[in-house]
Design a protein around this ligand. Structure first.
Ligand code: BG6
Length: 283
């Protein structure tokens, strides 16, 4: 990799021998694996890590890393008609290529790219039917901003930035911003309207029709995480709870308490989708 000399940015051998880019700035510390273009750490100055990374995450070419921000692309789940695999597409296990980095003040911006050629030998590659390119830009600073661009826009693709947020106790957090929004409940197949804040009392797997900011209040960690977004008409809210967590080999049995996924998504047509995470202490 031809990494330019930028103070606060280095390339290192990460877990499983995979290459990671490490950002160490006065504003934050962060890590980005080329495998899956996966952000695995963002710790803004004065705060604890904002992202959850499973202690049992598998770092290997064939596996998606459990935690951080996996990219679901070019389809979400099993795709619009429910017949595609692997789950959540090919990008999260794809060999993304370094395409540039710059430093602006106390921010480092890194760009990675993935093309169909990069995943040609993967199971499911026959579903990546067009020669489009995905470009992913991650800006590490006092906020974390991730932008996925798809060129050209045809055929339609789906995407989600599957953000695992670390929480003190998922039973005590509250998500605001989804009041009065319709959601599709992936567990029951029903579409309903949500009223009030979202709290967690069991397995939760919902796709909200929602374009605005969501906020996660965490009284245990004493902070509020804000997720702003653009180009994203859907927000996915997921926590596996007890039984589903036990079925996930790369999630410790009691780790369902420690994270919630709030995913900016576009399940209709991705052109450019951006999500920006910031964190404030609760007074
Ligand atoms: C969420 C989906 O985005 O990802 C859930 O809504 C799914 O249905 C979850 O279980 C985790 O998926 P995976 O493939 O990473 O285990």
């Amino acid at each position: 990799m031809d990494l330019p000399e930028i103070p606060g940015l280095s390339a290192e051998e990460g877990a499983g021998g995979l290459t990671k880019l490490v950002v160490d700035l006065p504003s934050c510390r962060g890590e980005l694996y080329l495998h899956g273009a996966q952000v695995t750490e963002w710790t803004p100055a004065g705060h604890e890590p904002v992202l959850w990374l499973s202690p049992q995450a598998v770092f290997a070419e064939a596996h998606a890393i459990r935690g951080g921000v996996p990219i679901c692309f070019p389809w979400f789940g099993s795709g619009p008609d429910g017949d595609l695999s692997p789950a959540h597409g090919l990008a999260r296990t794809g060999p993304w290529v370094f395409a540039g980095a710059q430093r602006h003040g106390d921010t480092v911006r890194i760009t990675l790219q993935l093309t169909r050629d990069g995943v040609a030998d993967r199971a499911g590659a026959n579903h990546w039917t067009s020669d489009f390119r995905a470009t992913y830009t991650v800006e590490f600073g006092s906020s974390l901003t991730m932008t996925l661009d798809v060129d050209p826009a045809d055929p339609p693709t789906q995407s989600a930035l599957h953000t695992y947020l670390r929480v003190g106790d998922v039973r005590q957090v509250a998500v605001t911003g989804l009041d009065h929004h319709h959601f599709f409940d992936q567990l029951t197949g029903e579409t309903r309207t949500h009223h009030g804040t979202v709290t967690f009392t069991g397995e939760t797997d919902r796709i909200y029709h929602h374009t605005n900011e969501v906020r996660l209040s965490d009284p245990v960690l004493g902070r509020q995480v804000r997720i702003a977004k653009s180009g994203s008409p859907h927000t996915v809210v997921w926590n596996p709870w007890i039984d589903k967590a036990r079925q996930l080999a790369d999630v410790p049995d009691d780790a369902w308490l420690e994270f919630v996924c709030l995913e900016s998504a576009n399940l209709s047509q991705t052109l450019r989708m951006c999500t920006s995470i910031s964190v404030d202490s609760l007074k």
